[in-house]
Design a protein around this ligand. Structure first.
Ligand code: PRP
Length: 208
């Protein structure tokens, strides 16, 4: 059985829908259950916080992980990503109040994604101070915690409803499959057949 760490929240429903398309079948499950197996006992899914998916995979507790590219960047683990999935599309962006112009000196940036934010601003030669938040990041420029945020934008609704604009794109995001390399060596046949099933699911979805 392939053990898969899956990001709870936005990707969770899309991934289960995709798994069903790939031929996996599941029993009804409780909202709070954290381990789910398919009826054919091919996969065992661990439901974890998105930023924890790489940790489960890197430590070999899960053979594979499904999360957004942002979680892998933030983890700083070097993980193999053999497959991009056709959902979970979003963007990591810099946003702020319309017309914001950086002054000389240190830029304050509020974010849930400190690695992405720091790497981006430092690569542009800015001296940056990261203010780590755990959610509702769009509030920061409005109440004066930091003029800029680095955050994920999917539909753009949250930015719009809070009067913020995208100032720059940091990187595009999609859901990806990641693998533990030791598991891949030991359980190669099982993992390859899991990936093959996903690949067929993607091909069935693609326009012909
Ligand atoms: C994410 C992200 C943005 C929002 C973007 O937050 O950090 O706040 O979704 O989505 P949109 O472009 O479709 O509006 P999430 O909903 O996970 O909540 P959080 O702020 O509590 O982290």
């Amino acid at each position: 059985m392939v053990k898969v760490a899956l990001a709870k929240g936005r990707l969770e429903d899309e991934t289960f829908a995709f798994f069903k398309k790939c031929g996996f079948r599941f029993k009804e499950r409780g909202d709070r259950s954290l381990i789910v197996e398919d009826i054919g006992q091919r996969i065992q899914i661990f439901i974890v916080k998105p930023l924890d998916v790489p940790t489960y995979v890197f430590n070999g507790v899960a053979d594979a992980g499904i999360c957004g590219t942002d979680s892998i960047v933030e983890s700083q683990f070097k993980l193999v990503q053999p497959m991009k999935l056709p959902f979970g599309k979003a963007r990591m962006v810099v946003a702020g109040l319309e017309g914001f112009k950086p002054k000389n000196g240190t830029i304050h940036v509020a974010t849930k994604f400190p690695v992405s934010a720091k790497t981006y601003f430092e690569s542009k030669g800015f001296d940056v101070k990261i203010i780590k938040l755990h959610g509702s990041v769009e509030l920061a420029p409005i109440v004066g915690l930091a003029p800029l945020i680095v955050d994920i934008v999917q539909t753009g609704r949250t930015l719009k409803e809070n009067g913020l604009s995208i100032l720059e794109e940091v990187y595009p995001i999609s859901a990806v499959v990641t693998l533990n390399d030791v598991a891949y060596r030991i359980k190669r046949t099982e993992i390859l057949s899991f990936l093959e099933r996903l690949k067929r699911g993607i091909e069935d979805e693609s326009p012909r």
